[in-house]
Design a protein around this ligand. Structure first.
Ligand code: HCA
Ligand code: CU
Length: 380
């Protein structure tokens, strides 16, 4: 699982998010920020979508970023030609293969799809560019159809084949099985794209990697069509947990928050409270028992080390679940020099007050200081 590549699709799938409208300047800013983080590829909206989309592919290809620049097109020669004109490093080609898409979208049969795929892939390769071929709605496509088309494109030298859970219906076990099967049929790399309609987008990405996939599509904060896809931050959290050294070495994890802020701002949303790594409570510890252990050794209740992500840990103490060890720690931070017995007493006071209303850290500090000075006065 440790070796994997990220195809960052905020500038393609992310543009399909309800609120997204990216100016050229904003795209450039996002592209640079993602590049600094070290993502392997940036995927851009098809140049066939609009004139600005076409120009933006050119602009971003010319930035001289480390990340490879891809654009994402339908499986059409016209689109492929436009893509090549823009100077991108590669093209992610997609076509629908499920019966839904064949009936209600493009209306083509598998024979036609296969011959088109071969024509388009051959052309892109002849231009010296990287090419991926993916089937939209893979999990509701016929397995025999899928494997035969992937086999055909692998044989003519496609760089990657892609699996897409377009509607977010797949679960990790199904993903593992499909990728495993595909792994035994093709030699090329395998890219996976997971929508999050039913909450499996990160778990599915992980299962895909376990089964032999090599590339995962992400977007910042998971933005995309409907409720989006595998979020970049969440995938990094998952992969950090699987192989910390590899992930820390390859990606600049301290930049996640900046990238998310740029994108959140651009699409007019706030970072969710429970977001992976950057949600406001992602490193807040509350229960007295947790707080005590955290103060002794953070790993007791933290799988992610906040400092690796340039985040800080917060131990919350102004509430009824608080414990005297955490309160004592705050007393020490304030250099108030109270005894354990004092800490226990003042903790009881905090609990009494917090049963009526939650206290801010400032409220708690005032209480600790009052206790301290009351004690000083009485001892003189
Ligand atoms: C879409 C297309 C896509 C493509 C994924 C891919 C999907 O429906 O907008 O290229 O692998 O989810 O199927 O985003
Ligand atoms: Cu998608």
């Amino acid at each position: 699982v440790s070796k994997f590549k990220i195809i960052e699709s905020t500038l393609r799938e992310g543009e399909q998010f309800a609120n997204a409208f990216f100016s050229t300047e904003k795209k450039v800013e996002i592209a640079k920020a993602l590049d600094e983080m070290g993502v392997d590829y940036l995927e851009l909206t098809s140049p066939a979508a609009s004139e600005q989309s076409y120009n933006d592919c050119k602009t971003i290809s010319n930035l001289g970023l480390n990340a490879k620049i891809l654009t994402h097109t339908r499986c059409h020669m016209d689109d492929a030609k436009l893509a090549i004109e823009t100077g991108v490093d590669g093209v992610d080609v997609v076509i629908g293969t499920s019966s839904y898409l064949r009936e209600f979208s493009h209306g083509k049969d598998m024979e036609y799809i296969t011959s088109k795929a071969i024509e388009v892939i051959t052309y892109i390769k002849e231009q010296g560019k990287e090419v991926r071929f993916s089937t939209e709605d893979s999990f509701r496509s016929d397995l025999v159809d899928l494997l035969s088309i992937y086999k055909a494109v692998d044989k003519i030298g496609v760089n990657r084949v892609g699996i897409a859970d377009t509607v977010g219906c797949a679960n990790p076990r199904q993903v593992y099985e499909l990728v495993r099967t595909l792994r035994s049929v093709v030699n090329c790399d395998i890219e996976c794209h997971f929508h999050n309609d039913t909450g499996c987008a990160i778990a599915n990405a992980y299962a895909a990697l376990e089964a032999g996939a090599t590339h995962i599509d992400t977007s910042v904060l998971g933005i995309g069509e409907r409720n989006g896809i595998t979020p970049l931050g969440g995938l990094l959290a998952r992969m950090y947990t699987a192989d910390k050294a590899y992930v820390k070495n390859k990606y600049d994890l301290t930049k996640i928050r900046d990238v998310e802020n740029i994108v959140a701002d651009a699409v007019d949303v706030t970072v969710p409270f429970n977001n992976y790594i950057t949600g406001y409570c992602a490193f807040t510890h509350k229960a007295g028992i947790h707080a005590k252990a955290i103060l002794n050794n953070p790993s007791t209740y933290e799988i992610l080390d906040p400092t690796d992500f340039n985040q800080s840990r917060y131990v919350s103490i102004g509430h009824r679940l608080t414990g005297w060890n955490a309160v004592k720690n705050r007393i020490e931070q304030l250099k108030l020099g109270l005894t354990d017995e004092d800490a226990k007493q003042v903790t009881q006071k905090i609990k009494e007050l917090a049963d009526i209303r939650p206290l801010s850290l400032e409220n708690v500090d005032v209480l600790l200081r009052q206790y301290h000075s009351a004690k000083e006065t009485s001892s003189h």
